[in-house]
Design a protein around this ligand. Structure first.
Ligand SMILES: [Mg+2]
Length: 128
Protein backbone atom coordinates (compact mmCIF):
# COMPACT_ATOMS: atom_id res chain seq x y z
CA UNK A 1 0.00 0.00 0.00
CA UNK A 2 2.94 2.34 0.66
CA UNK A 3 4.09 1.77 -2.92
CA UNK A 4 0.61 2.62 -4.22
CA UNK A 5 0.37 5.77 -2.08
CA UNK A 6 3.80 6.92 -3.26
CA UNK A 7 2.88 6.19 -6.85
CA UNK A 8 -0.30 8.25 -6.53
CA UNK A 9 1.48 11.12 -4.72
CA UNK A 10 4.13 11.29 -7.43
CA UNK A 11 1.41 11.64 -10.04
CA UNK A 12 2.23 8.33 -11.64
CA UNK A 13 -1.36 7.18 -11.48
CA UNK A 14 -4.70 8.38 -10.10
CA UNK A 15 -6.58 6.38 -7.48
CA UNK A 16 -9.38 5.84 -10.00
CA UNK A 17 -6.94 4.43 -12.56
CA UNK A 18 -5.26 2.30 -9.92
CA UNK A 19 -8.60 0.75 -8.95
CA UNK A 20 -9.49 0.25 -12.61
CA UNK A 21 -6.18 -1.52 -13.28
CA UNK A 22 -6.66 -3.67 -10.19
CA UNK A 23 -10.16 -4.66 -11.33
CA UNK A 24 -8.84 -5.45 -14.80
CA UNK A 25 -6.06 -7.59 -13.36
CA UNK A 26 -8.58 -9.54 -11.28
CA UNK A 27 -10.89 -9.92 -14.29
CA UNK A 28 -8.02 -11.18 -16.45
CA UNK A 29 -6.93 -13.69 -13.81
CA UNK A 30 -10.47 -15.06 -13.30
CA UNK A 31 -11.23 -15.09 -17.02
CA UNK A 32 -7.99 -16.91 -17.88
CA UNK A 33 -8.82 -19.52 -15.25
CA UNK A 34 -12.32 -20.01 -16.68
CA UNK A 35 -10.95 -20.18 -20.23
CA UNK A 36 -8.53 -22.95 -19.19
CA UNK A 37 -11.26 -24.84 -17.28
CA UNK A 38 -13.60 -24.71 -20.27
CA UNK A 39 -10.85 -25.96 -22.59
CA UNK A 40 -9.86 -28.78 -20.21
CA UNK A 41 -13.50 -29.85 -19.83
CA UNK A 42 -14.06 -29.96 -23.61
CA UNK A 43 -10.85 -31.95 -24.01
CA UNK A 44 -11.87 -34.40 -21.26
CA UNK A 45 -15.17 -34.92 -23.07
CA UNK A 46 -13.51 -35.73 -26.40
CA UNK A 47 -14.18 -32.49 -28.26
CA UNK A 48 -10.59 -31.74 -29.26
CA UNK A 49 -10.04 -34.56 -31.71
CA UNK A 50 -9.63 -32.10 -34.61
CA UNK A 51 -7.23 -29.82 -32.75
CA UNK A 52 -4.24 -30.62 -34.97
CA UNK A 53 -6.32 -30.68 -38.13
CA UNK A 54 -6.77 -27.73 -40.47
CA UNK A 55 -10.54 -28.07 -39.94
CA UNK A 56 -10.20 -27.34 -36.22
CA UNK A 57 -10.81 -23.58 -36.45
CA UNK A 58 -13.61 -23.64 -39.05
CA UNK A 59 -15.35 -26.44 -37.13
CA UNK A 60 -15.18 -24.54 -33.86
CA UNK A 61 -16.37 -21.33 -35.53
CA UNK A 62 -19.30 -23.19 -37.08
CA UNK A 63 -20.20 -24.59 -33.67
CA UNK A 64 -20.12 -21.07 -32.20
CA UNK A 65 -22.51 -20.11 -34.99
CA UNK A 66 -24.74 -23.06 -34.12
CA UNK A 67 -25.08 -21.74 -30.58
CA UNK A 68 -25.99 -18.30 -31.95
CA UNK A 69 -28.66 -20.03 -34.06
CA UNK A 70 -29.97 -21.85 -30.99
CA UNK A 71 -30.29 -18.50 -29.18
CA UNK A 72 -32.10 -17.03 -32.18
CA UNK A 73 -34.42 -20.03 -32.38
CA UNK A 74 -35.20 -19.81 -28.67
CA UNK A 75 -36.12 -16.15 -29.14
CA UNK A 76 -38.16 -16.93 -32.24
CA UNK A 77 -40.14 -19.61 -30.41
CA UNK A 78 -40.73 -17.31 -27.44
CA UNK A 79 -38.64 -19.56 -25.23
CA UNK A 80 -36.91 -16.65 -23.55
CA UNK A 81 -35.88 -18.71 -20.54
CA UNK A 82 -33.57 -20.72 -22.84
CA UNK A 83 -31.71 -17.66 -24.13
CA UNK A 84 -29.33 -17.29 -21.14
CA UNK A 85 -28.18 -20.90 -21.54
CA UNK A 86 -27.57 -20.41 -25.26
CA UNK A 87 -25.61 -17.21 -24.64
CA UNK A 88 -23.53 -19.15 -22.11
CA UNK A 89 -22.94 -21.86 -24.74
CA UNK A 90 -21.67 -19.19 -27.15
CA UNK A 91 -19.17 -17.87 -24.59
CA UNK A 92 -18.07 -21.38 -23.59
CA UNK A 93 -17.35 -22.32 -27.20
CA UNK A 94 -15.48 -19.04 -27.77
CA UNK A 95 -13.39 -19.62 -24.63
CA UNK A 96 -12.57 -23.17 -25.77
CA UNK A 97 -11.45 -21.99 -29.21
CA UNK A 98 -9.44 -19.10 -27.78
CA UNK A 99 -7.58 -21.41 -25.40
CA UNK A 100 -6.83 -23.90 -28.16
CA UNK A 101 -5.30 -21.06 -30.20
CA UNK A 102 -3.34 -19.63 -27.26
CA UNK A 103 -5.33 -16.40 -27.28
CA UNK A 104 -5.46 -14.32 -24.09
CA UNK A 105 -9.12 -13.45 -24.63
CA UNK A 106 -9.50 -11.43 -21.42
CA UNK A 107 -6.80 -9.01 -22.51
CA UNK A 108 -8.23 -8.89 -26.03
CA UNK A 109 -11.66 -7.98 -24.65
CA UNK A 110 -10.26 -5.16 -22.55
CA UNK A 111 -8.19 -3.80 -25.44
CA UNK A 112 -11.07 -4.04 -27.93
CA UNK A 113 -13.45 -2.38 -25.49
CA UNK A 114 -11.00 0.53 -25.18
CA UNK A 115 -11.19 0.94 -28.95
CA UNK A 116 -14.99 0.64 -29.02
CA UNK A 117 -15.58 3.37 -26.42
CA UNK A 118 -13.65 5.86 -28.54
CA UNK A 119 -15.70 5.26 -31.67
CA UNK A 120 -18.30 7.73 -32.85
CA UNK A 121 -22.04 6.99 -32.71
CA UNK A 122 -22.84 4.21 -35.19
CA UNK A 123 -19.37 4.63 -36.68
CA UNK A 124 -18.98 4.10 -40.38
CA UNK A 125 -22.53 5.36 -41.05
CA UNK A 126 -23.89 1.97 -40.10
CA UNK A 127 -27.65 1.42 -40.10
CA UNK A 128 -27.55 -0.84 -37.01
MG1 LIG B 1 -26.79 -24.65 -26.97
Amino acid sequence: MIFVNNLIKKGGITMKNFILRLQQARFIKAFRSLQKDVYDNAQAHGFHELENNELHVPTKLALIGSEVSEALEAHRKRKDTEIPHELADIIIRVLDLAESLGIDLATEIIEKHKINVTREFKHGNKRY
